[in-house]
Design a protein around this ligand. Structure first.
Ligand code: ACM
Length: 268
């Protein structure tokens, strides 16, 4: 299975430009699965709910999903990408999964970061796993990385590949995702953006690039630079992520002792 991550430099509010850049880039390569950044079509730093509502789209009838559906069909490829979703007066920081046969599903970001809490509704769709036939994938978005429970739940539900659309501004995520891959025995694809946004008098946000493909043993197969745009690809055998063995006598999941993990499922 050929998998990839796309790293972009979105221009805020220039949806047509951001979509065209993605289509131009992805049209040039062949892959089975491509992960794209969080909010790849709008940019990140919203300054009001009104602005967010004006750029958010319906899933899957909005223009970004429709353009990506056409691309997925043309390229015979599964795509995972982040957009602002509008649904009955609510706006979510969402990721969409679709493929050559059409729309498959979506994930609404559960752990909102900083100013996102002022504008977006927290995700309410849970951590779902989607069976693409070639592999089972799970989605988490950017700051979800800070909560190891996100990747764990996806892996326990059978995800072999974690797709991680991101607009990262904090350090350490790329390294932490190696750990998420090791402890869960899953491949992880973190797709990030580059550049800086400083809108409406807010503090500048500089995005950290370094989109990466990590294997089920936590090894970095590909990592992009902090300032480049484009795509990196890797060939993997997703079936390797079904085996959760650590040693002949240890298994990541069978050795868990959930009877001692009660604090994990209590609100503090
Ligand atoms: C983030 O969650 N976009 C930092």
């Amino acid at each position: 299975m050929r998998i990839g991550v796309y790293q972009n430099h979105s221009l805020f509010g220039q949806v047509d430009y951001n979509i065209k850049e993605a289509i131009d880039s992805i049209s040039r390569i062949n892959a089975d699965l491509m992960v794209m950044p969080e909010l790849f079509n709008t940019g990140y730093q919203f300054i009001s709910k009104k602005e967010l509502r004006s750029l958010a789209e319906d899933i899957p009838s909005g223009k970004t999903c429709q353009a990506m559906l056409e691309l997925a069909q043309k390229k015979d490829m599964f795509l995972v990408f982040g957009i602002a979703e509008k649904d009955q007066g609510h706006c979510y920081n969402s990721a969409v999964v679709l493929g050559p046969q059409g729309f498959i599903g979506k994930y609404r970001k559960i752990h909102l970061f900083d100013n996102e809490k002022l504008f977006f509704d927290p995700g309410n769709s849970g951590f779902e796993v989607f069976d693409l036939g070639l592999a089972k994938i799970g989605i988490m978005i950017c700051f979800d990385w800070w909560f190891p429970e996100a990747a764990r739940v996806l892996a326990l539900k059978g995800a072999q590949i974690i797709c991680h659309p991101s607009n990262l501004v904090l350090d350490h995520c790329q390294d932490a995702m190696q750990t998420r891959s090791i402890e869960n025995g899953v491949f992880s694809l973190t797709s990030n953006r580059i550049g800086t946004e400083a809108r409406g008098g807010k503090s500048p946000l500089t995005f950290t690039g370094q989109s990466q493909i990590v294997d089920n043993k936590g090894r970095i197969l590909r990592r992009m630079k902090k300032t480049e745009t484009g795509i990196v690809l890797a060939g993997i055998d997703a079936k390797q992520a079904i085996d959760k063995k650590i040693t002949p006598l240890n298994d990541r999941f069978k050795d868990r002792r959930p009877e001692f993990y009660q604090p994990l499922i209590r609100n503090q």
